[in-house]
Design a protein around this ligand. Structure first.
Ligand SMILES: Cc1ncc(COP(=O)(O)O)c(C=O)c1O
Length: 439
């Protein structure tokens, strides 16, 4: 390869030191560490697209509320295990204002990030029914959630939704559900890593089948409202964030403060359990815990055992941010719209140099511009492409690690700086020259 910004030997040596034989399986943390070492060794700035960390300042409303709460001395007090009443009320209102779904404050339960929310949800869903011992992932997805199941020794199944959009989703889902071993279905929407957004008709299929097969849907809305093709930022006004909650009562919606409020460091999210599921009695839970409905076991047994609640001050922050969004005073989506603008520019540059978008459509519509997008290069596997781009000072993760069955990479827009568009264009020009496409 000619004129690569970083000498191949430099990258190859670092990769060898990490003892990674198959680069397609390198984790986000490994790719990041290799990029950082390569930067030091070569003096060339990397265009870092592997991490899904918010690159923006935290919501000022949250920070102010949290500081006030701490000044008022609550750091010494255990938080209410049910959650701060004000936060429960605002979370319930947020679900009403932005999804148009009625859900009691009782079922809105703070967690130390959606990560804890999925951990607790996987655990309880796996305990409701002896026969239902497997979680189904509508992939691609967030790799750590599978890691959570490995940690707790639970089974999972997965399929890549790429070839099963629209009505095709029904048959594919039923092929798993009819085996009667699935306790819960999980997906994120907008999706990490592909940024596809499931459409109403697809959510309806998921919801109807969840009711029919008595399965719980874990709807991960970590990127709430961030389908920037439409303006979902006005409370109590259509269009609303699409949700499976319109089609089934068997759901837990996971709302995270990390991305929409750039509040990842404080580890705060809310699990919103439907009223019906909250009050449902599962004999197997009663046998295991002595008493309790789904909701009370979730809070008083599982969350209590995991962390005895969620950081007190972060709950004040989340309550204030949600309240302000509900009132229409704080347009949280305006603050994160920049990710979509970056994605648009970055995609244009990649496409100009012979790359293609791997997940490119939502049933005929071009996908939205947002936090992530996926790229491939003709004739190159995920591992080859990820490694090759390192020579050009560009880091991204292979789609294989996300449960995708497609060849390509996930690129994240959150760390891109303004001067890097020109850099990316120059580097990809050299890349394309070194990898001519046979037409
Ligand atoms: C799809 C998805 N779910 C959950 C999370 C984690 O959210 P939290 O920081 O609230 O634990 C992320 C973070 O990247 C994510 O992409």
């Amino acid at each position: 390869m000619k004129n690569t910004p970083i000498k191949q030997e430099v990258i190859d040596k670092i990769i060898r030191e990490f003892q990674i034989s198959d680069f397609s399986k390198a984790t986000i943390r490994e790719v990041r560490a290799i990029a950082s070492q390569a930067e030091v060794a070569s003096g060339v700035e990397f265009i870092k697209m592997e991490m899904g960390v918010p690159g923006l300042s935290p919501s000022a409303i949250g920070v102010a509320a949290e500081i006030d709460a701490l000044k008022n001395g609550l750091a010494s007090l255990y938080p209410d295990i049910n959650g701060l009443p004000e936060l429960k009320k605002e979370a319930s209102q947020f679900v009403k204002s932005f999804i148009n779904i009625d859900l009691s404050p009782e079922g809105c339960v703070p967690v130390t990030g959606s990560m804890q929310g999925t951990f607790a949800s996987f655990l309880i869903c796996s305990q409701c029914n002896q026969q239902k011992d497997t979680i189904l992932f509508i992939d691609p997805g967030f790799p750590v959630q599978k890691q959570q199941l490995v940690v707790m020794g639970q089974k999972y199944e997965t399929f890549d939704v790429y070839n099963y959009r629209g009505e095709k989703l029904r048959e594919k889902l039923e092929s798993y559900l009819e085996k009667e071993n699935i306790s819960a279905i999980i997906y994120s929407n907008p999706n990490n890593p592909s940024w596809i957004c499931l459409k109403e008709e697809e959510l309806q299929i998921i919801g109807e089948l969840a009711t029919q097969y008595d399965v719980i849907v874990l709807e991960d809305l970590a990127y709430f409202g961030m389908d920037f093709r439409q303006d979902l930022s006005c409370p109590n006004q259509s269009p609303f964030q699409p949700s499976v909650a319109n089609y089934t009562d068997n759901y837990i919606i996971l709302i995270s403060g990390s991305k929409i409020f750039s509040y990842a460091g404080q580890r705060i999210g809310v699990c919103c359990i439907s009223d019906k599921l909250y009050h449902r009695n599962y004999p197997r839970l009663t046998k295991r815990y002595g008493a309790g409905t789904f909701g009370s076991v979730f809070i008083h047994r599982i969350l209590y055992a995991l962390s005895s609640g969620t950081s007190h001050s972060a709950q004040y922050a989340m309550a204030a941010m949600l309240k302000s969004a509900n009132n229409g005073d704080y347009n949280f989506l305006n603050e994160v719209r920049i990710y979509g603008e970056r994605a648009k520019k970055l995609k244009d540059i990649f496409l100009r140099h012979n790359f293609y978008l791997v997940y490119d459509k939502d049933l005929g519509d071009p996908i939205a511009d947002g936090f992530y997008f996926t790229i491939g290069y003709p004739g190159m596997s995920s591992g080859e492409l990820a490694k090759e781009l390192m020579y050009y000072g560009i880091s991204a993760i292979s789609l294989i690690t996300t449960g995708s069955w497609q060849e390509g990479l996930r690129a994240c827009t959150s760390f891109i700086k303004d001067h890097q568009y020109v850099q990316l264009d120059e580097r990809l020009k050299v890349f394309a020259e070194n990898h001519p496409i046979l037409k």
